[in-house]
Write a protein that binds this ligand. Structure first.
Ligand SMILES: [Zn+2]
Length: 172
């Protein structure tokens, strides 16, 4: 969020990908995805491409793009020449990390706390993510709230500052 100067929700994945030089391609144009794949990322030469299953709901597409961004930006090891996201796959550490990255990028805890978004409905709508993902995030927020664990790290405070005017104008 800091590297790409994200300062409002919903996070624009298009802007991040453009800035990172990553192209997003709809599967209907290339027909490369296998059965059950929501998205893959492939590198050709110096260029990264994320191929996205465009028949899935936009909110899931957003999570898939964020998940693929995690693999690319965190430099995960490519096991079969590309990264993938599929339904019900056995989750390796990299897969869990990519999901966590996606949730934190799309629904940053300190910002949700700042605007007082608490319910899954609120989080889904503010972040433009699925109800399913929002529900998991809402439960996580509840835990963090109970522990009073917000703005404890310098990086989180920096993100919060970046969002200052968004938070001021979007409190629920
Ligand atoms: Zn993955």
């Amino acid at each position: 969020m800091i590297d790409f100067k994200v300062s409002s929700l919903p996070v624009s994945l298009f802007s991040i990908c453009t800035e990172a030089g990553i192209s997003i391609i709809e599967n209907k144009d290339v027909n490369e995805l296998r059965q059950g794949e929501s998205g893959v990322s492939v590198k050709q030469g110096d260029n990264w491409y994320i191929i996205i299953e465009d028949t899935e709901i936009l909110q899931r597409q957003r999570f898939t793009i964020a998940h693929e961004l995690a693999h690319i930006l965190l430099g995960h090891e490519m096991r079969s020449g590309y990264y993938t996201r599929r339904e019900n796959m056995v989750k390796s550490d990299d897969e869990t990390e990519a999901d966590m990255f996606a949730a934190r990028l799309l629904a940053p805890a300190c910002v949700l706390w700042g605007i007082n978004a608490q319910t899954a409905e609120q989080i889904a709508s503010v972040c433009n993510i699925s109800r399913e993902a929002a529900k998991i995030r809402a439960e996580r927020m509840e835990t963090l709230r109970k522990r009073g664990k917000f703005l404890t790290s310098p990086l989180e405070r920096q993100v919060y500052q970046q969002f200052e005017s968004y938070i001021k104008n979007n409190r629920l």
